[in-house]
Design a protein around this ligand. Structure first.
Ligand code: ZN
Length: 104
């Protein structure tokens, strides 16, 4: 039996990639909700981007397969600073996008 998806996970389907790392081709078929990886949590803590009291999915960002790999440090050659920068922007963008589509 498939795990039940949250509204945010469902809401990520078919959306634009919000991470847009270098090399991103924004293949929307591969976009899923990506949670904040542990290394980012250690670096900035969830409170820094105003989400300390929110649920796990609130920290998430809609991202394509390529950017998901980078976010989870499965790809070399990307600086943590660049990933952090795009992640923070991506979370804000993902939230604006959800609000516009009435997913909140
Ligand atoms: Zn991407």
């Amino acid at each position: 039996m498939a795990k039940k998806q949250t509204k945010y996970q469902k809401g990520a389907r078919g959306q634009d990639c919000k991470l847009m790392m270098v090399g991103c081709r924004n293949i929307v078929e591969t976009v899923v909700l990506c949670h904040m990886p542990g290394w980012i949590n250690k670096r900035i803590g969830s409170g820094v981007i105003g989400i300390a009291t929110k649920g796990h999915d609130e920290n998430g960002v809609d991202a394509c397969n390529h950017c998901h790999d980078i976010l989870d440090m499965r790809m070399p050659y990307y600086s943590t600073e660049a990933i952090l920068h795009n992640y923070k922007n991506g979370v804000a963008w993902t939230r604006r996008d959800r609000n516009q589509r009435g997913i909140s």
